[in-house]
Design a protein around this ligand. Structure first.
Ligand SMILES: [Cu+2]
Length: 273
């Protein structure tokens, strides 16, 4: 009897309950930089609101940055795969395989926008018997001169910002468009989570204290729908990082199982001083 309880407890601990949304994190502490230089990014597949569980990432398929200053010409693409190393990331209840990128100063050097794009290997979610692949974007600016922050990359699943993702005041709104290969996805479903545990860049772990308490599970992963042009707007009630995910944008087959391709965009919110 006791053993049965223990086993059931362990199963709930490690299974990914459908209540929790999976979010591919692509994290750096500050997205609005005064000047370029070395950068450290953490790539973690987790539940950002709860910070409880880390899903083991599969090897990264693509990781690159598209940089542009101003509106003229094409963004320049820099492959970043060579800067990735495997790490173990620790959450409240377990730890798992993740990656970090240590970028030398020459990558993020000149002024303008840097659109970081991560294509992780498909992750097999046992609970749903399907693969998940989240195309993830995080946008950094150097020196305040804008560039390609609003340009679609053309990914199978993508959230394209209509507001600069690195310049948002607390209390403002953020708008975007859900796209698939550069075309809007009408009535797309969206999930939003607050990064509720500060990432500790030295320890590769989430800090224990949650910044906010949810009064109900619906506030942990908030759900909204895009309009008939794939556009959405969300409020930004608290400083920090907000993850916006568009689940199930593309459904296809992988290794004889269903695979969903999803989009994630990270938005940083700053208090008015
Ligand atoms: Cu999960």
């Amino acid at each position: 009897m006791k053993k049965g309880f223990l086993l059931a407890g362990l199963l709930t601990l490690f299974a990914c309950s459908p209540v929790f949304a999976h979010f591919q994190m692509l994290y750096t502490p500050q997205s609005a930089l005064e000047r370029g230089g070395e950068m450290n990014l953490k790539l973690v597949f987790t539940h950002p609101f709860d910070g409880d569980h880390v899903m083991d990432m599969e090897p990264v398929q693509e990781f690159y940055v598209l940089q542009q200053r101003g509106d003229e010409g094409e963004a320049s693409k820099t492959d970043l795969m060579e800067y990735l190393t495997e790490i173990t990331w620790t959450a409240q209840e377990d730890s798992g395989k993740a990656y970090e990128a240590n970028l030398p100063a020459r990558v993020v050097r000149s002024m303008g926008d840097y659109v970081f794009v991560l294509v992780p290997g498909p992750y097999y979610e046992k609970a749903d018997e399907e693969y998940i692949q989240q195309f993830t974007k995080m946008i950094v600016n150097v020196g305040g001169i804008p560039g390609n922050w609003h340009e679609p990359v053309g990914l199978p699943a993508e959230i394209v910002p209509l507001d600069k993702p690195y310049a948002n005041w607390t209390g403002g709104i953020f708008r975007g468009v859900v796209m698939s290969n550069g075309e809007p996805v009408p009535h797309a479903e969206l999930e939003i989570e607050y990064l509720n545990h500060m990432p500790d860049m030295e320890k590769n772990a989430f800090e224990g204290d949650a910044k906010i308490e949810a009064p109900h599970p619906a506030f942990e992963t908030m759900g909204i729908r895009a309009n008939d042009r794939g556009e959405f707007a969300i409020g930004l009630p608290k400083a920090g990082w907000w993850g916006i995910a568009a689940p199930d944008v593309v459904e296809l087959e992988h290794n004889g199982k269903e695979m969903v391709q999803e989009a994630v965009l990270w938005v940083q919110v700053t208090d008015i001083p």
